[in-house]
Design a protein around this ligand. Structure first.
Ligand code: AVJ
Ligand code: FE
Length: 448
């Protein structure tokens, strides 16, 4: 029977409280860096795309979720204010409607976030860190830190859609890189432990650990590059219905898709707009801003297919030497800047082939960080799934309308990214930081 990780060191007591405080503080620093530090009231209140909320909505929403779960639920404290709960409930108002809501102004929202945070820290000082699912190892605090970081990634997608002068400045320090030993890696057949029952801050849809079976398959060593994707375009890929599933072809025609979002022709080359600057598309970088339909069409053109979610996770976590599933491709240790491109500062993926130290035991690179990877799978609950702590985090999205994305992008924070983490979106979506890699069946006798 395949097993899950055992190498995790559990934090307890003051060390855990300190870790929680660090994560909460880091997420708030990032929230401010994407809002009040760089944009004025008008820009923060504007809707930069009908797909996105005004940034002031995300800003107050993260504070409201913190109030609901940490101040009221875990802390049992008096509400800070209940009159705004409805405004910041994502299920009450679709994103298109949010700019017309009587939202808090920036200064008032900032004060609200500060008041809630002060109370949350007060709750943290005395909260039980064990006893039930919400308190065990500080789960609710971990959930709220992840929630804020997830909204920071969403806010970066809004920044990318925003027209106007650039306001974000990335560092340019080089990243570790080494040539790929081979273009594909053979993943052997057999069962492995998928999902988790022991990762303290894993969300409901990652649970429980269960045995999954995959046949032997080949997986691309690195995500598909912009250069490879440009070859698909040059070969007429957007004009050949053979490569597209029926709904994808209909969508490609209706939406007039010609290339990834943010790409434009520049003579015989491709340029892209990235956070307000136009630059040549770096051909060695993983392609970004493609829909599931485009990824699926590319894979068929290449004589391949998208990996299933189980295939992706086996490639990312399975250690053939021990039979154990790891937390990350490189092992059980938390991500570092040498292992993966996470955290959002770089504003771009690293070249395909980067982070050799972050490779999986079988040698697959960049499974964590750089780009979210579309998988072939619909978003569903694992066997034994129970919604926790609220159905609207995951369960209401289960079904065939959503495709699963894995691995986290350069914009995902380490606290919201791990080998078991599952993201999902509609197959037409391209504003998120998404790419993909391809898989293909192994021949009889290969990897058996
Ligand atoms: C997991 C990224 C799909 O943004 O809709 C944020 C995360 N859930 N607030 C989303 C989330 C509630 C979610 N995704
Ligand atoms: Fe949210």
């Amino acid at each position: 029977m395949p097993t899950e990780l055992t190498g995790l060191t559990e934090l307890t007591g003051d060390a855990l409280r300190e870790r929680i405080a660090t994560e909460l503080t880091a997420s708030r620093r990032r929230t401010h860096a994407l809002t009040t530090d760089v944009l004025d009231e008008a820009e923060l209140s504007a809707q930069h795309s009908p797909l996105m909320s005004p940034l002031v909505w995300d800003f107050a929403h993260v504070g409201n979720q913190e109030e609901l779960w940490l101040v009221r639920d875990v802390g049992g404290r008096e509400p800070v204010r209940t009159d705004i709960d409805e405004l910041y409930d994502a299920f009450q108002h679709p994103r298109t409607e949010r700019p017309r809501l009587p939202l808090l102004g920036v200064a008032e929202a900032d004060r609200y976030l500060g008041t809630v945070r002060e109370k949350a820290f007060d709750v943290l000082a005395g909260a039980p860190l064990a006893g039930d699912r919400l308190t065990d190892q500080g789960f609710a605090f971990g959930m709220i830190a992840q929630h804020e970081q997830q909204h920071c990634e969403t806010m970066l997608a809004t920044h990318q859609l925003r027209a106007g002068e650039p306001v974000l400045d990335p560092p340019t320090a080089p990243v570790p890189w080494a040539p790929l030993p081979a273009a594909e890696v053979l993943i052997p057949a057999g069962p492995f432990a998928m999902g988790t029952s022991v990762e303290p801050w894993a969300l409901d849809n990652e649970r429980p650990a269960h045995q999954a079976q995959v046949a032997a398959f080949w997986l691309d060593t690195a995500p598909v590059s912009a250069g490879d994707y440009a070859a698909f375009i040059a070969d007429g890929g957007y004009h050949d219905p053979r490569w597209w599933v029926a709904e994808g072809w209909a969508h490609r025609q209706r939406a007039g898709l010609q290339a990834p979002l943010f790409w434009q022709r520049d003579g015989d080359r491709w340029a892209r707009r990235r956070f307000g600057r136009v630059e040549p598309v770096p051909l060695d970088e993983p392609v970004q801003h493609v829909s599931w339909y485009e990824a699926d069409a590319y894979a068929r053109w290449a004589g391949k297919r998208l990996p299933t979610e189980a295939e992706w996770e086996k490639a990312a976590r399975y250690d053939p030497a021990t039979g154990r599933s790891r937390r990350y491709p490189w092992g059980d240790a938390d991500p570092t800047p040498e292992l993966a491109n996470l955290g959002g500062a770089r504003l771009r993926p690293a070249a395909a082939g980067a982070y050799p130290a972050g490779a999986s035991p079988l040698g697959v690179r960049q499974l964590i960080g750089d780009v979210w990877e579309w998988t072939a799978s619909d978003f569903t609950g694992y066997p034994g799934f129970t919604a926790f702590p609220y159905r609207e985090y995951s369960e209401v999205f289960f079904g065939p309308e959503y495709k699963v994305l894995r691995g986290g992008s350069w914009a995902a924070d380490p606290v919201a990214c791990r080998g078991t983490f599952r993201n999902w979106d509609y197959p037409v979506r391209r504003q998120i930081f998404t790419g993909f890699r391809c898989a293909r069946d192994a021949a009889a006798g290969e990897g058996a």
